[in-house]
Design a protein around this ligand. Sequence first.
Ligand code: ADP
Length: 313
Amino acid sequence: EDVRRKYVKDKKLGEGTYAIVYLAHLRTDPSTLFAIKKIKVNTEYKDGLSMDAIREVKYLQELSHANIIALHDVFSSKDQNLNLVLEFLPLGDLEMLIKDQNIQYGAGDVKAWMGMLSRAVWFCHENFVLHRDIKPNNLLIASDGEVKLADFGLARSFADPYLNMTHQVITRWYRPPELLYGARQYSGAVDIWSIGMVFAELLIRVPFVAGNSDMDQITKICEAFGTPTEDNWPGVTKLPNYVPVDKNYIIPVRGRDFYQQQFPTAGPVGADLLMSMCQLDPRKRSTARQILEHRWWFTEPKPTKKEDLPKKS
Ligand code: ADP
């Protein structure tokens, strides 16, 4: 019954903004490996490491899907920290692959990775879970090549909000315009935007819209995709952090040609799918289901088989 005693921590695997990750094994079977993620819980909320938080984790424990990292157990350690016992994924993440100059990949590989990401997000949304922090760094790779969505904003909601500023800059490049404008009500469309940004980055191997502040991110989104207006996005001017744009600086919303030109390796059908993910108005963005039903998956080239995907050496 003592979950804590079921696992033995081995070496430290890495440290992120909100957590320290350890390799671990089963006490009863040292060959079964796990990653234990010890969340740096905000002291102020420690007492409140409460039913809500636990309930959310428990819920994630039940989300079982090939493309979502498995959460095997949850326990609190003596120092009251929250420990998540996760599937051990030894082959790094998509960000490492994108950045590794020695790794070459093609259209079939991008299609395979995008398929795994899209199925993961479809499954989350089907179960009323939003991820909210999809980025290449949160797409971990299993030894069989399977890509798994990790880090369900969990760490964030438990962690000390003051920690992050000193440690590293939070990546805003995958954040949708409605969140940047301070929308309080949002939907699965936030994840779809992030999928689009990951798709674009897989194609060009650099982040597509890389702002250096939230304001700059908005500006760059407008330059890249067009300026949000009441015409193309009814209600946008009412959002809390909306910034009016001078009429002379309005950039029209980009059409098919733009996407085909910017992302030639996607092919015309792929460019079309990307465009459907990059709609400024969240209501116009495609849903995870629509993504999975898109023609692109059935267009040549076929997605690479997972065991044939490039991986780090
Ligand atoms: P970050 O978001 O900065 O990567 P994390 O706290 O998520 O921070 O993870 C820190 C490091 O621990 C990662 O860079 C990775 O090397 C390792 N790691 C995280 N989760 C796993 C896992 N499930 N399996 C293997 N290694 C992991």
